[in-house]
Design a protein around this ligand. Structure first.
Ligand code: GLP
Length: 241
């Protein structure tokens, strides 16, 4: 986790130095928890004036949010970001943007979110986790590379994967989400895909072997000219005897 934090920290330092803060693209999920813990402890060690400048310039857009969950719902991705990043780093929540899952018209909320990203000049560094069925963000299979920010129906596999945040019950996981599309993700300047743990080894292998297969949405990432892959031994299938 240290190497990806090194890289992100350097990017943040450079963007402050050159006064060119490009919005970050942020992800949620269990994979990201140790990442945010390490990033927060690194940034909190910065000199106060530099950290304050970072807080002032901060702008980030999350990949996705569940439809029907307000930010204060404990299982929302907004609550996740509050817990793991916004409060520990003292950020202004208004500068850490997520799709509005509680909007009366989720499709319109997805369009608004995409327009905000375009208005901000697009994403600089985009963090990504990997879903157990090969999804990125909530781009569920089958999925091509040109889909944009929209409302999606979550697959049974994804609702099971994420049940831990909903008292272990897939039925309590919302049926829909707003997600950035692969188009917006592939338009980011650089991508950082973080994959950890043995259960992800097989799907990661597929994502890397296939050259853009709708059944494994993460396989489209290989087409990005600046894709960074951060994996542990277990996700490479190389852990233990
Ligand atoms: C979730 C999110 C993704 C996340 C992925 C992996 O459903 N929508 O953005 O990266 O699935 O989650 P985890 O890290 O908990 O395995």
């Amino acid at each position: 986790m240290d190497s990806v934090v090194d890289q992100l920290e350097q990017g943040l330092l450079d963007s402050l130095e050159y006064q060119a803060f490009r919005p970050l693209g942020l992800a949620t999920g269990r994979t990201m928890e140790p990442f945010y813990a390490a990033l927060v402890s690194r940034l909190r060690a910065w000199p106060t004036d530099r950290l304050q400048l970072l807080r002032e310039r901060w702008r980030s857009f999350n990949l996705d949010e569940y439809v029907g969950l307000a930010p204060e719902h404990p299982s929302s991705f907004s609550a996740f970001m509050g817990h793991h990043l916004v409060r520990p780093l003292g950020l202004n929540p208004a500068q850490v943007l997520l799709p509005d899952g509680a909007a009366a018209n989720p499709e319109a909320a997805a369009d608004r979110f995409a327009a905000e990203i375009r208005g901000a000049g697009g994403i600089g560094s985009q963090l990504l986790g990997l879903g157990s069925n090969g999804h990125v963000g909530f781009n569920e299979p089958p999925c091509g590379p040109d889909v944009r920010c929209r409302v999606v129906k979550l697959s049974p596999a994804t609702r099971s994967q994420n049940a831990g945040a909903f008292q272990g019950s897939p039925a309590l996981v919302p049926e829909q989400a707003i997600t950035l599309g692969l188009r917006e993700i592939l338009e980011a300047k650089e991508l950082h895909l973080i994959v950890t743990g043995a259960p992800k080894a097989a799907i990661l292998r597929k994502a890397l072997d296939l050259d853009g297969d709708p059944e494994v949405p993460a396989s489209w990432l290989r087409r990005h000219p600046n894709l960074w892959l951060w994996v542990d031994d277990a996700a490479c299938g190389e852990e233990g005897p």
